[in-house]
Design a protein around this ligand. Structure first.
Ligand code: FES
Ligand SMILES: [Fe+2]
Length: 384
């Protein structure tokens, strides 16, 4: 798990205007409190109260602030304690009581939170979804929790060889004598790799989809996949000009072995909303085929390098993804999951927020990170 990326905390509609209580969300193994203020803006702060560890998300929303359920300390959207009742009225509130507050953006119907301390100019971007809201495209959002390390799913999405066997919906289970994964060229960008290739695909089973595709026979179709950051992927399936499906599978690790994914599924055909369930059902069915192979993978945590797996050319995008991860580790962004797990019952950590670059002396220690040097020596010097 990496700090310093934008993660989805919720769908926009889950953070309700006028709610009495914050929404409690776990991301990167930490709890957070989210709420909307009087202007409708969403705030996100670390859930652990700086007093004696109360869970702020279990408290109440008071005006534009959140009140701890234990002794009523009240925090604003910047993480500053603005009321400390036991000191009485007019008391000066010590600066050190502040908790971490994180940048929030609402985009694509999702609430994105920047979990890290980078200043704005240095932050990686939120993945671009140009089809979302476009008049010639229609989008739906699905989500699910899987018992996997989220990186297993990223590697699965960019894996061209699994379609044939994992997905009888768009592969042939290896019965074709001429089956092979043709070589493809990786297209690197600052925050991830990807590639375009062609895939021999069966006809679509669902009648409306088949007629929208204009294709009644098996055929070669154009595809493309890639990742942006350690946790977001894009998939383009261009069955024909009249039938393009561009999906974005976006992951938020709840913790190291529990993945919450959001699928923004976009299409340029069958735009009427009555087809939403057709596409949602097919996406969920295909996702189930992936879940069947991913949840039993061993070991549970994705290896950092391929020393104890046997890679073949079809795995080269996965090898490249791991290089990107080592690069981010080299920058000191990878959470030390072993230490986090070992300390779970004894230490309350916080994901460091941008304000830690301005203020010193925080009550909660920042989450332990893997020392950057280990990754830097293995990294390829890729810049991002
Ligand atoms: S623990 Fe939050 S006010 Fe005491
Ligand atoms: Fe798959």
């Amino acid at each position: 798990m990496f700090i310093n990326f934008w993660y989805i905390a919720a769908q926009s509609g889950e953070v309700k205007f006028g709610s009495e209580r914050p929404l409690k969300v776990m991301m990167l193994g930490h709890h957070f409190a989210l709420w909307r203020d009087g202007k409708g803006r969403i705030h996100c702060i670390s859930d652990t109260c700086s007093h004696r560890g109360g869970a702020l998300a279990d408290g109440r929303i008071r005006g534009d602030c959140v009140e701890c359920p234990y002794h009523g300390w009240t925090f604003n959207g910047d993480g500053a304690c603005v009321r400390l009742p036991s000191l009485g009225p007019n008391a000066k509130i010590p600066e050190r009581t502040r908790v971490d507050a994180y940048p929030v953006e609402e985009k694509y119907g999702l609430v994105w939170v920047f979990l890290g301390d980078l200043p704005e100019a240095e932050r990686p971007p939120i993945i671009d979804i140009p089809e979302y809201g476009h008049p010639e495209w229609r989008s739906i959002i699905l989500q699910a929790d899987w018992k996997i390390d989220y990186k297993r799913s990223i590697e699965n999405t960019i894996d061209p060889a699994h379609n044939e066997f994992t997905h009888p919906t768009h592969g042939f289970l290896g019965v074709r004598d001429d089956y092979e994964v043709k070589d493809f060229t990786l297209e690197d960008s600052p925050w991830g790799t990807g590639y375009h290739n062609r895939m021999f695909a069966p006809t679509l089973a669902q009648r409306d989809m088949r007629s929208a595709s204009g294709r009644e026979k098996e055929a070669w179709i154009n595809g493309g996949v890639g990742h942006v950051g350690p946790h977001c992927t894009w998939v383009q399936i261009d069955a024909s000009d009249s039938m393009k499906i561009h999906n974005y599978l976006l992951h938020t690790p709840i913790h190291e072995t529990l993945d919450r994914w959001y699928l923004v599924a976009t299409r340029n055909n069958l735009l009427d909303s009555r087809y939403d369930s057709t596409f949602a059902d097919r996406s969920a069915y295909i996702a189930g085929q992936d879940q069947y192979v991913l949840e039993p993978l061993h070991p549970k945590l994705t290896p950092h390098n391929n020393a104890h797996e046997f890679f073949v050319p079809a795995d080269k995008a996965i090898a490249r993804y791991r290089e990107y991860c080592r690069d981010w580790e080299g920058r000191g962004w990878r959470i030390d999951v072993g230490k986090l797990r070992a300390d779970r019952d004894t230490v309350a950590y916080a994901i460091p927020s941008p304000a830690r670059r301005q203020h010193k002396g925080w009550v909660l220690p920042a989450v332990p990170l893997v020392s950057g040097k280990a990754g830097a020596s293995a990294a390829t010097g890729r810049q991002g």
